[in-house]
Write a protein that binds this ligand. Sequence first.
Ligand code: ATP
Ligand code: MG
Length: 406
Amino acid sequence: MTRLLPQPWMTTPPALKLMAALGEARFVGGAVRNTLLGKPVTDVDIATPHAPDKVCALLEAADIKAVPTGIAHGTITAVVAGMPFEVTTLRRDVETDGRRAVVSFTRDWALDAQRRDFTMNALYADLSGEVFDSVGGVADLEAGKVRFVGDPVTRIREDYLRILRLFRFHARYGKGPLDGEAVYAAEKEKKGLARLSGERIAKEMLKLLEAENPVLAINAMLQTGILAEVLPCEPDVLRLRRLAAADAAFEFSPDGILRLAALLPREKFMLVAQVLAVRWKLSNVQRDRLIDLAGAPQITPFLTTGDVAKLLYRLGPERFRDRLRLAVAGETRADAQWRTMLEMAENWDRPRFSLTGDDVLAAGVPKGPAVGRILDEVESWWLDNGFTPDTNALHQALQAAIQKVR
Ligand code: ATP
Ligand code: MG
């Protein structure tokens, strides 16, 4: 029998209160899997044999807030002392169309395990830490085998997202090569990916790219033609490999959008990024960040301190860091220089340019587009002169700029 040692996420007062309110309930999925691996647990999912309306009644009786986030498929979010838990009634999927399922609720734990995607995700644990494993998930987890529960082709046809989840979970938790039977099925069924919404593809792909080292999984997707079903370009796997190595060397936490930027071909980047933003329905923030990275990689290890300061001023520390991380992936032999630049970015305090449009008007320039151009000119001068705080010098530069623009 496998037993989890008591974990902070199991024994916090909110978790204990919720489990007591539900009575019959077990932790399931990522929380159990990650604990067995000694990896951090981010969200806690709970399974229960109670029907959804009973769950609501039990929560209400215990004064716990219930939000019906996915009530149609049996999921209620319980919020205890500000902490959210997803509580899902045991179910089996009676009918599926490759994207979503018609569900029926059950009191049978083994049936619920059958509808989950991979054996390592079909593990349950009760409050005492006892692990319930009806599909051989613990052994697969130890062996680093991402294996479908049941027949891979059947399971993929129920939900084509599972093709991407196969590669994502392998990138995160797999050891050695992928499960041959699973990859064979995924390749055979790859055309079904076209039926998925862009959002679901993006979410899964970005999670895959955020694995410490996604290269083996991406290469497998490339070789089987699965990658081409979701990515409209030739991928630059070498650059992705280098970024993953640089992230490890510099202890950067993996970032999906940056990894994606590394994977896109450098020529035609802008075009591909735009197509992808639409297809994957990226959020505005994600899209803008991706497209922004198409700008020339201005960062090299040979920049002077003054150049770096100018870039930090123009880009701000976040955009500077993004570009730097991509640049590190291109030139890994300049550790010391990169580290100095990173430190500058971390300690960056943006100097304030004190001149305003009013100063330009006061100097006799009439209102109009010239005002902005003169200000830009003086600002550039100020950057070239180490952000000098000398106001006399600044006013001289203003006079010079007025002459120049006139
Ligand atoms: P993490 O949250 O760390 O990515 P997780 O295992 O919690 O990992 P989720 O996507 O949050 O993954 O899903 C929770 C659980 O629900 C999974 O462990 C799995 O049992 C089940 N599950 C999720 N998506 C699917 C799916 N498409 N098909 C079958 N089962 C699924
Ligand atoms: Mg989860």
